[in-house]
Design a protein around this ligand. Structure first.
Ligand code: ME8
Length: 507
């Protein structure tokens, strides 16, 4: 059970400040990382910034800054987002750091030594916005990249990576590793792309300078994606203890826009370099804003810092994870955020906590009710506890496939069940008719709330901690292993004065 788990976010381009899409990827990765750690695994979670290439160089020029100064400034805003969004990453790497440059060169040399790089001349289309090459056949009738990005004609000497040579090996790898690309729909797209035939890939540029020089040929700089992908190894330190322990990565979380780079190019580079392949590429969908594609030109970019200030961090984290099936596209709307937060966090969970703790404050001397040993012996046979235990197991299965929203569905169902349980048991009446039973009902509720709070920790970490504080759960009993039969709320523990954890918004 106790294993190592290595998870990465993409490293974000610093051509602009972070937006909701970046926050989404980082939060989803954080939920996975926290979940794995609560399961008892040793987690390495890294993120960072992608600072080379033409796109960043051009953005620096527009701001009249040197690329280095510009990237120093912009990278900082991504670092700030880590704190703002409570991302539990262990390391943050910039591709302009020496440790990265060093490994990128080693990686290049491995490809060269193994005969997978050759010098030629590239002529074709390039989209700076995507930092990607496109064939004539891929362009739209309007002459744009399939992503809608403008393209320019490029003709220059270039090193090529012999991608075509890896086609069959890649297909064989996908076949033997059905969980390599998730979700299934993306896997099918990748397989049909590779089956259609792979062309050798231009992997160096000579027409600008902002990049890592090609070893032994300083006329060329490496194509930004070749070096950017290798960051997942440079951050560990190639051949280091961390590398030995954590590589290959368990999952690279990416947006659907960059699946090709991660699920085709990256494994081919690694095979060519003789390095083990990551276990999974998890591609999530894209967010639109109130039904519209998010873009600077439409002026509808959502600033995650502002959003968190306006609605609260855990509210934003919850909404982003709950609103869409992880892997599908989603539509951001403030109204939906408010509705979700009010109906689920405030009405279902917050209310359950308040009802339970205020009742205990008033009627049980503010202590976790003292129930009999006999009751505790059979505690896990109570239907609602059985449900809670079933959910713990089911959630761990969901996490194997990164079905984040299913985990939340289950937690919410448990809260709904607990709300019906109070209504059905009626502790207010029991107070006079059967006080012992009242204690048992309240004890059961505190324990179900403990389950709910511990299971919510990956999603809404600080609110879930507050719930656990109020429930008097000790700090070192807050892992998933404590959701087992031999752990439960401790009778007689003093609870804190209840206060609302999830505020309600007015529309
Ligand atoms: O692609 N909805 O960096 P990038 C959801 N540097 N997610 C979104 C989004 C949206 N509307 N917009 C962006 C790069 N994202 C490269 C990666 S990795 C070795 C190099 C997220 O700054 C999504 O995760 O363009 C997407 O993959 C990532 O931001 C792209 O970030």
């Amino acid at each position: 059970m106790h294993e190592k788990f290595y998870i990465t976010t993409p490293i974000y381009y610093v051509n602009d400040v972070p937006h909701i899409g970046h926050a989404y990827t980082s939060i989803a990765s954080d939920v996975i990382a926290r979940f794995k750690s609560l399961e008892g695994n040793e987690v390495m979670f890294i993120t960072g910034t992608d600072e080379h290439g033409q796109k960043v160089e051009k953005s620096a020029a527009v701001k009249n800054m040197t690329p280095q100064k510009f990237t120093d400034l912009m990278s900082e805003s991504f670092r700030k987002l880590i704190t703002k969004a409570n991302i539990s990453s262990n390391d943050f790497i910039r591709t302009t750091e020496e440790r990265h440059k060093k490994f990128a060169s080693i990686f290049w040399q491995k490809l060269m030594e193994n005969g997978d790089l050759y010098l030629g001349k590239y002529s074709g289309w390039y989209a700076v916005r995507d930092e990607a090459f496109y064939s004539e056949a891929e362009l739209t009738p309007e002459g744009l990249a399939p992503t809608g990005a403008p393209v320019e004609w490029v003709e220059e000497p270039s090193y090529f990576f012999a991608l075509s040579k890896w086609q069959d090996k890649l297909l064989e790898f996908y076949e033997n590793n059905p969980g390599f690309i998730r979700p299934e729909s993306r896997r099918n797209e990748v397989i049909s792309f590779v089956k259609n035939g792979l062309m050798d890939l231009s992997v160096s540029r000579t027409s600008f300078k902002w990049g890592i020089p090609v070893p032994n040929d300083n006329e060329h700089i490496m194509y930004v994606w070749v070096e950017a992908l290798s960051v997942y190894i440079s951050v560990l330190g190639f051949s280091s203890d961390l590398y030995q322990k954590f590589w290959p990565a368990d999952v690279h979380v990416v947006g659907k826009d960059i699946v090709r780079f991660h699920a085709v190019y990256w494994p081919a580079f690694l095979m060519a370099a003789g390095i083990n392949l990551p276990k999974c590429i998890m591609a999530h969908g894209w967010w639109t804003n109130e039904g519209q594609k998010i873009s600077k030109s439409l002026g509808n970019v959502i600033d995650p810092f502002q959003l968190i200030d306006e609605f609260g961090l855990d509210q934003v984290r919850y909404f982003l994870m709950r609103e869409v099936t992880f892997g599908n596209d989603g539509n951001f709307s403030k109204e939906n955020l408010i509705n979700r937060t009010n109906s689920e966090l405030a009405n279902k969970i917050g209310n359950l906590l308040q009802r339970t703790l205020s009742f205990i404050s008033k009627n049980c001397e503010a202590k976790i009710p003292a129930v009999s040993k006999e009751f505790l012996d059979n505690f896990h046979e109570i239907p609602i506890l059985r449900m809670a235990n079933r959910i713990v197991v089911a959630n761990s299965e969901h996490m194997k496939r990164f079905e984040l929203n299913n985990i939340l569905d289950n937690i919410i169902s448990l809260a709904e069940e607990a709300n019906s349980y109070i209504d059905h048991e009626g502790p207010w009446q029991l107070k006079t008719t059967n006080p012992q039973r009242m204690l048992e009902v309240m004890y059961t509720l505190t324990d179900v709330l403990r389950y709910i709070a511990i299971m919510l920790l990956p999603f809404v970490p600080s609110s879930a901690e507050k719930m656990l504080d109020q429930l008097a759960v000790s700090k070192d009993h807050r892992k998933f292993e404590h959701l087992q039969k031999n752990f439960a709320a401790t009778p007689g523990m003093q609870i804190l004065e209840p206060y609302p954890v999830f505020p309600k918004f007015v529309l």
